[in-house]
Design a protein around this ligand. Structure first.
Ligand code: SAM
Length: 337
């Protein structure tokens, strides 16, 4: 594995450099001691704080940068808990056998909890995120077969047909255009490659009730909102107490839940994190199985399946050899445009 040593930047392994492309002209990239340079248009991709940055700002995702740097370990699996692994299997339907030795793209990796799972399964992972969460992810994935980049799903720095598997869990609904963000991905799959996404469900009434508060909270300073979410933690105990009261307790706790929608995760740190995540995101859209299945079909994906958790959907890029590309293959290319 070839690397360039420069301070904290170890350089990019050949396997990853081969699939990286310039976001300006799609040219190949050459690495030197301070970053990458496009061989075609000389565009520079700098290394800042030890990481390649294909974007120069977090844009609308600043709250996520704050969230994942503050909670960089909260959802990481440990010896005692493998909740992120269980969550990954539920939302993607993918198993260690599907990923062992495969080149995988984690779109919107956050602090890297799922990349942590799949690198332990021996996959080689590229994690991208628009926010400074990449700094936490790079720390969490140090020493693994992983490359973490700050990049935007709408302008991904990869050659077509690079990945065996792509997953994006809880991300695309946080962009300004969820469908368009999804359509950027199938072209990056190798023929026969698999894609899995998980998006917020439009079927859940709890979600709609919280929209009212989000009008204000998504504009709040992350530090203040985080404090507010920490203060809200005791509501969970009130809720549990109410549920023990005969007859009126359960309706009262239901009403409380509707009036103050928040995470009811039994782990207080997860509760604060999940509640902050819900109320801070600038963009948040909700989706139905019907519409997401349609996106997969329009992009020419096959073997489309809904997963256990709404709205999780998986599909496969048809594996048809070139040059006799089928109509599904051409649909994947149209989506790329
Ligand atoms: C709710 S977090 C999910 C993180 C991770 N998938 C997980 O479940 O732990 C959503 C992530 O999407 C990232 N994101 C939002 N818009 C993005 C974009 N345009 N390109 C790449 N990442 C984006 C955010 O920065 C954030 O880290």
């Amino acid at each position: 594995m070839k690397t360039v040593k420069n301070g904290t930047w170890p350089g990019v392994a050949d396997e990853f450099l081969a699939i990286l492309r310039c976001t300006q002209c799609r040219g190949s990239l050459r690495q030197d001691a301070d970053g990458l340079t496009c061989l075609q248009c000389s565009h520079r991709v700098p290394v800042v704080g030890g990481l390649l940055r294909f974007v120069d700002a977090q844009q609308y995702a600043g709250s996520f940068g704050y969230q994942w740097l503050k909670h960089k370990h909260t959802q990481l699996d440990t010896e005692a808990s493998r909740r992120s692994e269980a969550d990954f299997i539920e939302k993607t339907g993918l198993t260690p056998d599907d990923l062992r030795g495969k080149l995988v793209l984690d779109v919107g990796c956050g602090m890297g909890r799922y990349a942590d799972v799949v690198t332990k399964w021996r996959a080689h992972v590229v994690g991208i995120d628009l926010s400074r969460a990449v700094e936490a992810a790079a720390q969490n994935l140090a020493g693994r077969e992983a490359l973490v980049l700050q990049a935007d799903v709408f302008s991904l720095p990869f050659a077509p047909e690079s990945f065996d598997v792509i997953y994006s869990l809880g991300v695309l609904h946080h962009t300004p255009d969820c469908r368009l963000a999804f359509e950027k991905l199938p072209q990056l799959l190798k023929p026969g490659g698999k894609i899995a996404v998980w998006l917020y469900s439009a079927y859940n009434p709890w979600y709609r009730a919280s929209d009212f508060y989000r009008v204000f909270t998504r504009r709040m300073k992350p530090e203040w909102l985080h404090r507010l979410c920490t203060l809200a933690v005791p509501i969970y105990h009130i809720h549990n107490f109410l549920r023990k009261i005969p007859i009126l307790g359960r309706p009262a706790s239901g009403a409380l839940r509707l009036a103050f929608p928040m995470s009811f995760n039994p782990d207080p740190e997860w509760r604060v994190l999940d509640t902050f995540d819900w109320y801070s995101a600038y963009y948040q859209s909700k989706h139905t199985y019907e519409e997401v299945f349609r996106w997969f079909e329009t992009c020419g994906l096959r073997e489309i399946r809904g997963g256990q958790v709404p709205i999780s959907v998986q599909g496969t890029r048809p594996g048809v050899p070139r040059p006799d590309s089928s109509s599904e293959e051409q649909a994947v290319e149209r989506c790329a445009g």
